[in-house]
Design a protein around this ligand. Structure first.
Ligand code: NAG
Ligand code: NAG
Ligand code: NAG
Length: 513
């Protein structure tokens, strides 16, 4: 029995003398035996990892005799056995044949009748010919000797009769590798202090790292973040600047008052908004004059408005809350824009966007959570009109792959006019809502210090719905929360908004917008 060292030496010396090994099947041990396939693979892999050889796999089909096929090759077919058992002069009794040949008697008789070798004579079988040629045995022998048969039909027939089976033979073609040598140098697995001290590390060869194993667990982007990335790209392509949305806690002032949302508005109720308990308030406001202007426009009006006519209280504006919309960030940014305009002495148009989380005290169900993501865009420029908003919305939704949008007048506390945006859904044959939009009110913008001819158009939509549609999720709790399947997050593909996505976006889930 050849050891793997013997096989290694055989392969290396053969390569050395012949330059290459066309087929490892030709390799024979010193005593002339073939080398077991698995032993060859092991040695080849080991030599290849040291770059001493390269090899390619050769696959070919061979036909092997089954146990029954081998018996036929050795002692003849069933039908020949039957023929031989029939005495040339006296024939043989059928009952005796079964005793003599066992199972072969039954199988062989049929074939021998068909070949017209024998016939029935009363309860006896007698020969019909003097001699026979056992072609089946000859066929089996041919297959045994050559691994195949010259007549494909015969091969097929013998396979059907389970005398022959097809086997796959694997062997290898081997060539010298870049580090070919007759002897295997022992490779070090570790760099030791001694090697460094005596300098032997310079000539020592080292075993390569073997990184086989499970792929390391890395981080995976949540589907919401993948879709967010696609929305961000659209905004960046259109020249928008991302707003800093890292403040989840806001004062009621920025979330409501600065937006000209009255202090009695039902959205400012604990049933709709999460207020903070500790700290419950903040008096960290921008300049007092701005706060005073907000108080004034709420209580008595201004900038062409009669206001709400109630007693505005700073205490209400100081209440801290989890922001209910990212418009709190927009109001902050627009106030800064007004400050910059004043400092610079001239107005510069601005395009802002944000995509981040907001919080509402909602009853949780299959499509609602108490926190979700809002996509918001804001454009500030002089003399913008409703026509600009409509035109821009067409461009924006076209980029998302949603053509032919329509607008419906709506009411928002801080925009006037306001429009809901709809798209025709061919499957449902109805218009479904995509988002909300409007022009910020002068009571909000002029109180900030922006010129009366600076107009701001804004729009918003959710991030969850397009994500759920894109990734085929029906229940929002499969997307966020403790029921999320981590495998869903790890295995989901990257998101690409395309024309199809647009059509999906106005899919069935859009109905309950
Ligand atoms: C096929 O036959 C050959 C020669 O008898 C034998 O060495 C080999 O193991 C057989 N292969 C299979 C898969 O039976
Ligand atoms: C949310 O609203 C419910 C009533 O709809 C109320 O009972 C609950 O206290 C509110 N939660 C918070 C944290 O304000
Ligand atoms: C904006 O409109 C006003 C009033 O029609 C006009 O006086 C002003 O020049 C316009 N500004 C720009 C930048 O077009």
């Amino acid at each position: 029995m050849a050891t793997s060292e013997d096989i290694q030496t055989l392969i290396l010396t053969t390569l050395d003398t012949q330059g290459a090994i066309e087929n490892t099947d030709s390799l024979k041990t010193a005593d002339g035996n073939a080398i077991p396939y698995l032993a060859v693979v092991g040695v080849l892999n080991s030599l290849a990892s040291k770059e001493m050889i390269t090899y390619t796999t050769i696959e070919r089909d061979q036909f092997n005799l089954t146990q029954e096929g081998n018996e036929i090759a050795d002692s003849g077919s069933h039908e020949a056995k039957v023929f031989n058992a029939v005495d040339p002069v006296n024939g043989i009794a059928i009952a005796e044949l079964a005793k003599l040949l066992g199972a072969s008697a039954k199988i062989g008789q049929g074939k021998a009748f068909k070949n017209k070798w024998i016939k029935k004579d009363g309860d006896k079988l007698v020969r019909e010919v003097e001699s026979i040629v056992d072609q089946t045995q000859l066929d089996a022998l041919e297959i045994r000797n050559t691994g195949t048969h010259s007549k494909p039909a015969t091969l097929k027939d013998l396979q059907a009769r389970k005398h022959v089976e097809k086997v796959k033979l694997i062997s290898y073609k081997v060539a010298k590798g870049p580090k070919f040598a007759l002897k295997i140098e022992k490779q070090a697995t570790d760099l030791t202090a001694e090697m460094l001290a005596d300098g032997s590390w310079k000539t020592q060869t080292f075993k390569k790292y073997n990184f086989a194993g499970n792929p390391p667990e890395g981080g995976h982007l949540h589907p919401l973040m993948k879709v967010r990335e696609e929305f961000r790209k659209i905004f960046f392509e259109l020249g928008f600047e991302e707003m800093p949305t890292n403040k989840y806690v806001e004062s009621s002032f920025w979330n409501f008052d600065a937006l000209f949302q009255p202090q009695q508005h039902p959205a400012r109720d604990a049933h709709d908004t999460f207020f903070l308990l500790d700290p419950a308030t903040s008096s960290n406001f921008p300049d007092k004059e701005y706060v005073q202007r907000v108080k004034e426009v709420h209580s008595h009006g201004g900038y062409g408005s009669i206001g709400y006519g109630y007693d505005w209280k700073i205490e209400e504006a100081e209440k801290l809350l989890l922001r209910t919309h990212t418009t709190s960030v927009s109001s902050n940014m627009l106030y800064r824009l007004a400050q910059e305009t004043k400092a610079r002495g001239s107005f510069k148009p601005a395009k802002f966007f944000s995509i981040d989380r907001v919080y509402r005290n909602e009853t949780v169900d299959a499509t609602h959570l108490a926190e979700f993501h809002q996509v918001e865009g804001v454009i500030a420029d002089k003399n913008l009109t409703l026509g600009d908003l409509i035109g821009f919305m067409e461009i924006f939704f076209e980029k998302m792959g949603v053509p032919n949008i329509k607008f419906k007048p709506a009411f928002n506390p801080y925009t006037e006019p306001s429009m809901e945006i709809f798209s025709w859904h061919p499957g449902l044959e109805k218009w479904v809502e995509l988002g909300n939009s409007g022009m910020f009110r002068p009571e909000m913008l002029e109180a900030m210090g922006l010129d009366p001819d600076v107009r701001v158009i804004a729009w918003g939509l959710g991030l969850e719905r397009p994500t759920m549609i894109k990734y085929g999720l029906d229940n929002i709790r499969e997307l966020l929360g403790h029921k999320v399947d981590l495998d869903m997050i790890q295995s989901n593909p990257a998101c690409r908004l395309d024309k199809k996505m647009g059509k999906e976006l106005v899919g069935k889930d859009a109905v309950d917008a």
